[in-house]
Design a protein around this ligand. Structure first.
Ligand SMILES: C[S@@+](CC[C@H](N)C(=O)[O-])C[C@H]1O[C@@H](n2cnc3c(N)ncnc32)[C@H](O)[C@@H]1O
Length: 369
């Protein structure tokens, strides 16, 4: 990975370097343990902190932000909705006098930013801080421009984004994210709307998966009208409808009934069957699976579809009602990896706890040959 641009050191004494990720409230421990696990695999030790909607990893002894940033990949982190590198914790911020210390911390962190994001944790308790974030947007932007710190992301898309993350009205972390190593959305939250006619909001989960787990090029190449998909555990039809909306022909497998436009679409054909036993008559482009079952059963099913050549790629959901959620995802990832590696099937597998996922994560696997 290219060395991140624009980093500079903070004066001694004001260093509060940490990796900070946004996550769904209730999943802070998983996000923190995952960060520590990835850091340890790259030879860094440190302490973790889980606070509502956020997880932090502070390397000990301190490590330059550039080194941490080069070691951690957003795409590899399952429970992180957004990946930030924070150089300072600004405390004692006073009403009417917040801009100057935040600009000073931003200046100490990097030479130039392409964008600024003012945010807080995605929790009920943090909602009142959103007003403060909105109110500061314009004065901070102006002050950063006057200081020559804020450029135009269109000029150089590699410039980092400046993040100001309010923890309380008088304290904020100052950090940055790299456009190629983070979510494009503030707090990692895509603003998607269920289109009219959607049978369920579950379709948003698949839409977010396409936007998050596939590159723009992959979406163009792999989600073309005329392609063929199988949707296992399809009812009431949100995922089938999302695929049909993109022009794919869908076999929707479920003993339950499809609703609304999914039941009326000429591109959706329902088969009442057990998704674990269903076999396609011929290979399809996509298999998607939202069956509520044990993660290891779903994992075996996905591996089987790829091994048998029944599909080229797959998006699937693993439900995580158990306590050891991080270990469960790691175990499933390893199981698929080992099964496919034994068959010499080259593949790419990514998991993400999407914004529209609740107690579950979404996986994307594609054959590489
Ligand atoms: C979470 S819902 C799916 C929602 C769907 N993705 C949507 O967008 O509307 C899970 C579905 O899995 C189905 N299901 C559970 N076990 C199944 C099995 N063995 N075979 C097929 N469908 C199954 C249930 O009937 C239920 O409709």
């Amino acid at each position: 990975m290219a060395r991140p641009v624009g980093l500079c050191e903070l004066p001694r004494g004001s260093r509060e370097r940490a990796v900070l990720v946004h996550c769904r409230a209730g999943f802070e421990r998983e996000a923190a343990d995952e960060l520590a696990g990835h850091a340890a695999a790259r030879g860094m030790s440190g302490t973790t902190e889980a606070r509502p909607g956020l997880a932090l990893f502070t390397p000990a002894p301190p490590v330059a932000l550039a080194r941490i940033a080069a070691a951690l990949r957003y795409a590899d982190l399952v429970f992180a909705r957004q990946l930030l590198f924070s150089s300072a914790l600004c405390t004692g911020l006073l009403v009417g006098d917040r801009v100057a210390p935040l600009v000073a911390a931003a200046r100490a962190q990097a030479n130039r930013y392409g964008e600024i994001v003012i945010e807080t944790a995605d929790t009920e308790a943090s909602k009142p801080l959103l007003r403060l974030c909105r109110g500061l947007a314009s004065p901070l932007r102006q002050a950063l421009r006057s200081a020559g710190l804020l450029g135009d992301a269109h000029v150089d898309p590699a410039w980092p984004r400046l993040h100001i993350i309010f923890l309380r009205s008088d304290s904020a972390r100052v950090g940055l994210s790299y456009p190629g190593n983070s979510s494009p959305w503030p707090m990692g939250i895509p603003r998607l709307r269920a289109a009219r006619g959607a049978p369920s909001r579950a379709g948003l989960k698949l839409e977010e998966a396409f936007l998050t787990l596939l590159t723009a090029g992959e979406r163009e190449e792999r989600l073309r009208a005329g392609m063929v998909a199988v949707d296992l555990g399809a009812a009431p039809g949100g995922w089938s409808w999302e695929l049909a909306r993109r022009g794919l022909s869908v076999t929707a497998v479920d003993n339950g009934s499809l609703c609304g436009e999914a039941s009326e679409s000429r591109l959706v054909r329902q088969v009442r069957a057990d998704g674990f036993r269903f076999r396609p008559a011929r290979p399809v482009d996509w298999m998607v699976c939202d069956i509520v079952d044990r993660p290891d059963r779903v994992t075996d099913l996905v591996a089987r579809w790829l091994l048998e050549g029944w599909c080229r790629q797959c998006i699937f959901n693993l439900k995580l009602p158990m306590k050891r959620r991080l270990e469960t995802v790691w175990r499933c990832r390893e199981a698929i990896g080992q099964t496919l590696a034994a068959a010499r099937l080259r593949h790419r597998l990514t998991f993400k706890h999407l914004y529209h996922d609740r107690i579950e994560v979404t996986g994307y696997i594609t054959r590489l040959s």
